[in-house]
Design a protein around this ligand. Structure first.
Ligand code: FES
Length: 123
């Protein structure tokens, strides 16, 4: 079993971790029509998550960082995002999913099981 199934932890990040949690949203866009996160609302999700973190006063060192990413090579599950240090991969549909990831995982360390990206989903 790996860390992607860890639940119920709201524990602090390791002392060496600059941010307590770091979420990366793939925002990759492919002009040729191939599956990509950019076609599935990734930009809006990224922006919503940034607003939620800021409004909660959670941005900054020792707290939460929201970053853009290029292709994370799991495009078949698009759109995808990954949260570290737990290395939990999510797929999502809309703003309410992002709000759940924020409130549950980024704020409280509870993995959102229903939005987990299956481990076999790749490119
Ligand atoms: S385009 Fe998002 S993971 Fe590849």
């Amino acid at each position: 079993m790996n860390d992607t199934t860890t639940t119920g932890t709201s524990g602090a990040a390791p002392a060496s971790s600059y941010y307590q949690r770091h979420i990366f949203f793939c925002l990759n866009e492919r002009p040729n029509g191939e599956a990509c996160c950019g076609q599935h609302g990734a930009q809006a999700a990224f922006e919503r998550c940034k607003v939620l973190v800021k409004e909660a006063g959670l941005s900054g060192p020792g707290k939460v960082r929201v970053n853009k990413a290029g292709c994370l090579d799991r495009c078949a599950g698009a759109p995808v995002a990954v949260v570290y240090p737990e290395a939990v991969w999510y797929t999502y549909v809309d703003a309410s999913d992002i709000e759940e990831i924020f409130h549950s995982h980024l704020q409280n360390g509870q993995v959102v099981e229903r939005l987990l990206l299956p481990p076999d989903v790749g490119h």
